[in-house]
Design a protein around this ligand. Structure first.
Ligand code: FE
Ligand code: FE
Ligand code: ZN
Length: 281
């Protein structure tokens, strides 16, 4: 089995997200620690978060996957942008300790002309100054499509960042299916080969979450445009093979497909049906 869910809005609070996900038929979810385009994080009400924690444990939810802001760039050539990013990261990790033991996923960054090596160094430095030995959160670097000057478009780049971290046991990877497809990894015709590659370069034990998206573009396009399950170039057959793959079991799968609520409910139903039919065999 896997845990399945989608992104939810934190507008109505934390406990509400858990309850909404049950209505959606899922058992994990993602949310933005702050406005995805930047801005302040909403003040957190302790009782609300505690109610969520109690709720998700009573319902057997999998790990929850918070998402850092898109504007957070830990390796921008603009010093101000980078400094803001580092502050956001620190604050976000503090917030995450109110929801202890979960996952915090973010886009490693775009080097904006400094070069990949400099970018990797700055991302690792930022993480090393924001992480600490007592934190209960696992920080996840997201696999990227390699759009523009994005760092993290190859498994090797992510591995290089992970290798430079002081608290290695508190870091891992979130695999975005649309992104790795757009980056050039052939998860349609060679899923086993791609996962073996991941295992060889990073280690499958470091894989802690999956962003489960189809892609609007061809493999290697470096575009990063998500599509609904089965409606894109990855296609339903390959999406099913991914979610059922033995190496990916027990992970939280987060839908980031372009859907309204109804669409997410349908996609969650589809995935749950695949597992139900499997257990009947
Ligand atoms: Fe993302
Ligand atoms: Fe993603
Ligand atoms: Zn994306």
């Amino acid at each position: 089995m896997i845990y399945i869910g989608c992104h939810l809005s934190v507008t109505d609070g934390y406990e509400a997200m858990g309850k909404t996900m049950t209505v959606f038929g899922g058992n994990t979810f993602a949310w933005f620690t702050r406005n995805p385009r930047g801005g302040k994080s909403k003040p957190i009400i302790k009782e609300d978060v505690e109610a969520l924690l109690e709720y998700v444990s009573s319902k057997g939810f999998g790990p929850l996957v918070a998402h850092g802001s898109y504007t957070m760039n830990l390796c921008s050539s603009n010093g101000e942008t980078r400094k803001n990013g580092c502050e956001m990261l620190k604050k976000d990790l503090e917030i995450m300790e109110m929801v202890p033991g979960n996952l915090y996923n973010f886009h490693p960054g775009s080097h904006t002309g400094q070069g990949t090596e400099t970018g990797i160094g700055e991302i690792a430095d930022a993480l090393n100054s924001a992480m600490n030995k007592d934190m209960s959160t696992t920080v996840l670097l997201e696999t990227m499509a390699g759009k523009g000057s994005e760092v993290g478009g190859t498994f090797e780049e992510l591995k290089e960042i992970l290798d430079r971290l002081e608290y290695k046991d508190k870091a891992g990877v979130c695999l975005d299916t649309c992104h790795i497809w757009d980056a050039g990894y052939d998860i349609v015709d060679d899923l086993d080969g791609v996962l073996q590659r991941f295992d060889k370069v990073i280690g499958l034990s470091k894989l802690k979450a999956v962003h489960f998206n189809d892609s609007k573009n061809e493999r290697g396009s470096h575009k990063d445009r998500h599509e609904k399950l089965g409606k894109g170039f990855i296609g339903m057959k390959a999406m099913k093979r991914i979610v059922m793959h033995p190496a990916l079991q027990n992970l939280p799968f987060i839908l980031e497909t372009p859907n309204e609520d109804e669409g997410y409910i349908e996609e969650i139903k589809t995935v749950n049906k695949w597992f139900k039919n499997k257990s009947r065999l």
